[in-house]
Design a protein around this ligand. Structure first.
Ligand SMILES: NC(=O)c1ccc[n+]([C@@H]2O[C@H](COP(=O)([O-])OP(=O)(O)OC[C@H]3O[C@@H](n4cnc5c(N)ncnc54)[C@H](OP(=O)(O)O)[C@@H]3O)[C@@H](O)[C@H]2O)c1
Length: 319
């Protein structure tokens, strides 16, 4: 099978196409032929690595696991003898989180991992793209306990996390203001934003909101707090270590409602997102598709930081 490896840290060009043996499922595993995977921010951050501290977990001198890729959708091709909830031919989607390994034509996944059936209402590309931004936005939005009629501002609204957060905040009854570049106003409005600002005019504005969701780690905490009502919730999805320390201090010493740090990827949250797709209230925004052989270009594009929603990769053919 074809896989894309990163045997060393570095620029997108470290990604190489290799031929590997197809993995055989153990008795509690399913073997999945991947139709689509996604290239997410987490992937290039580990490849580079950025931040450098990534090496502590993923390998000091070189990557321990040499296949990136968290999110995927595909078809079950074989099942271990103890597997009861999946059968050959099932369409499935899932996320391997930091275990990675989805830049491959085949993977074996534990039956009780973060994997579930892909409904016929969704394409494989949507299945691969839904988890990263969707699970992140849902986890943080649930922590804010958004009430009907509250005001929510989403900064970096055209990102993978932002494009999901707009739709989820709307779903929970909020009035949503999206902050993005002007070129993305149509996109964020199509996802449900009630109002739009570009970055500069937002910073100059004096509106305050019940919830501020900073999706991309590109603004300063004092500016975020200036736009937050007393008692409001600030979410720092893409905070760096310095911002996390500042946020921790504000949380502990000033008792502010600030949410940051890694999310928990949950199967019930994935089911919830899928149910919203089925209801027609949630759309998976796909910006571009690349072939597996052109993973280098996919990484270059995502790392440039201007994708709109999600980028997916064609791995094997559907039929
Ligand atoms: N806490 C967690 O567990 C967790 C989970 C997932 C992701 N994250 C983090 O969340 C962040 C967002 O990830 P993502 O994949 O959603 O990002 P992404 O899709 O790669 O973000 C791209 C978007 O960022 C916008 N952008 C670029 N420069 C900007 C600026 N200066 N100000 C505001 N927006 C700007 C771009 O819009 P324009 O082109 O219009 O500028 C583009 O649409 C990353 O830092 C990621 O590491 C954290």
């Amino acid at each position: 099978m074809k896989v894309i490896t990163n045997r060393k840290y570095g620029p997108p060009e470290v990604l190489k196409l290799e031929e590997w043996e197809i993995p055989i499922p153990k008795e509690n595993q399913i073997q999945i032929r991947i139709i689509n995977t996604a290239v997410n921010t987490g992937d290039w951050r580990i490849r580079k690595p950025d931040p450098k501290v990534v090496r502590l977990y993923f390998g000091i001198l070189k990557p321990k696991n040499v296949i990136l890729g968290a999110c995927y959708a595909g078809i079950v091709e074989a099942v271990g003898k103890k597997v009861t909830s999946f059968k050959v031919g099932d369409r499935v989607l899932g996320s391997r989180g930091i275990k990675m390994g989805a830049y491959a034509e085949y993977i074996c996944e534990e039956e009780n991992a973060l994997v579930t059936k892909l409904p016929n209402t969704m394409s494989f590309a949507e299945g691969a793209a839904i988890s990263f931004g969707g699970l992140t936005a849902l986890d943080f939005i649930k922590r804010c306990n958004i009430q009907n009629g509250q005001s929510v501002v989403i900064y970096g609204a055209s990102s993978s996390v932002g494009s999901s957060a707009i739709q989820l905040a709307k779903h929970f009854g909020a009035h949503v203001t999206a902050v993005s570049s002007q070129g993305n106003f149509d996109l964020v409005k199509s996802l449900g934003a009630d109002e739009t600002y570009d970055y500069e005019s937002f910073i100059a504005s004096h509106h305050q909101y019940d919830v501020f969701i900073e999706c991309v780690g590109k603004s300063e905490i004092p500016m975020n707090l200036d736009h937050l009502k007393k008692g409001g919730h600030l979410v720092l999805v893409g905070a760096n270590f310095g911002q996390m320390w500042d946020a921790f201090c504000l949380k502990v010493f000033k008792k502010l409602n600030i949410h940051f740090g890694p999310i928990e990827e949950r199967l019930d949250h994935l089911h919830y997102l899928i149910s919203l797709v089925n209801l027609g209230t949630y759309k998976v925004n796909i910006d571009r598709k690349f072939p597996l052989e052109d993973m280098v270009s996919a990484h270059r594009y995502v790392e440039a930081g201007h994708k709109k929603g999600n980028v997916v990769v064609d791995v094997t053919k559907e039929k």
